[in-house]
Design a protein around this ligand. Structure first.
Ligand SMILES: [Zn+2]
Length: 349
């Protein structure tokens, strides 16, 4: 986070962003749209090179604690793929951004916000069928007793989840995970094979019920609404800051000068940093809701508690982080608190 922030500030303070823009113009023979693409490409290369040391450190760290079994070659391939996917998405977003700026200098931020939200929904929808399979294999769950349990859970909830998929996580990781992903026709629960192979059916049912809780409480659509509101503020603020930089500080000549991109990114970075505690609190609230749903749906609390303990051990989770670490960074409540809630629930009968 600090490095990304420092890069943006350095680009703006030193004028390197203008140097990059000029290089992009020369490379594209003064063609605006191609120059934007080159500029984004150069920026993602610089950012990737700067972050490479930390990425490799993360890879080594997971191996040191036996959390990962991924080979270096496979990791390097994933890093490259991740960078390429990031470049494609960033190019689409930035081209669209400067197209709207040129099309409507007055209302660009409003139009771009609308277009970004459409794309956001689109990406949420295609992620489980297009993006995730670039990195992991998935196949429909074959465990019949588990499928029957899920159908029973869904019927009680008067809802339907389109599918449950086995996520081949074991090829790369020793950790376990489960999630609800997608939108509409791609909405699905994914369960890591590392979970399916080491947990009892009762424990998996408790985890399935938690994911179903996210579905029943409509956490994905609600999350998109929250993102929409924040992005709206971000675009409005971005427009105000750009005008200040151009009209008052004369940092750039025009709105459409894409050398101002780091300034827009800085606005979005600062906004997300400021909102991080609030968004994490919102996420923890949703997780507690999904936990309660799980406890309500399963016949006994014990499998919920043992699955939490297993997950904590397997993923080397910090069971009881300090309050302020949890408050700032954690999207899920501390495992100790989740277990305490289940125990209290059990006592209540
Ligand atoms: Zn959850």
């Amino acid at each position: 986070m600090v490095l990304g922030f420092a890069l943006l500030v350095a680009l703006l303070a030193t004028g390197w962003t203008a140097t990059l823009r000029d290089a992009a113009y020369i490379g594209s023979r003064q063609h605006y749209t191609i120059a934007v693409f080159f500029y984004v490409g150069l920026l993602t290369v610089v950012a990737k090179l700067l972050g490479l040391g930390f990425d490799y450190y993360g890879f080594r760290l997971e191996h040191r604690f036996q959390l990962s079994n991924q080979k270096f070659g496979s990791w390097a391939k994933d890093e490259l793929k991740g960078w390429a996917v990031g470049l494609v998405i960033a190019t689409i977003l930035v081209e669209l951004l400067y197209l709207t700026i040129r099309f409507s200098p007055q209302y660009w931020w409003l139009i771009a916000w609308g277009a970004f939200m459409v794309l956001f929904v689109f990406f949420a929808q295609i992620a489980p069928v297009v993006l995730f399979p670039l990195f992991y294999k998935f196949k429909p769950l074959e465990n019949e007793p588990l499928k029957e349990r899920l159908i029973r859970l869904s019927e009680r909830a008067k809802t339907r989840v389109r599918g449950v998929y086995e996520w081949k996580l074991s090829e790369k990781s020793r950790k376990a995970n489960a999630a609800l992903t997608g939108l509409g026709a791609t909405r699905r629960i994914i369960l890591a094979d590392t979970l399916l192979h080491n947990y009892s059916d009762d424990e998996i049912e408790a985890i399935l019920a938690h994911e179903l809780g996210h579905h029943v409480h409509r956490h994905i659509p609600k999350g998109i609404l929250v993102q929409g509101a924040i992005t709206f503020i971000g675009f409005w603020l971005g427009n105000a800051v750009l005008h200040y930089a151009i009209d008052r500080r004369h940092m750039f000549e025009t709105l459409s000068d894409f050398a101002n991109l780091p300034l827009l990114m800085l606005v979005s970075t600062v906004l997300s940093l400021l909102l991080m505690p609030a968004l994490n609190a919102y996420s923890r609230y949703n997780e507690r809701q999904a936990d309660r749903y799980s406890l309500l749906s399963i016949p006994a609390v014990q499998p919920f508690i043992t699955s939490m303990n297993k997950l904590a051990d397997q993923n080397l989770a910090e069971r009881a982080p300090s309050e302020w670490v949890e408050w700032l960074f954690h999207s899920h409540p501390a495992i100790s608190k989740r277990i305490a809630m289940a125990e209290a629930w059990g006592k209540k009968g």
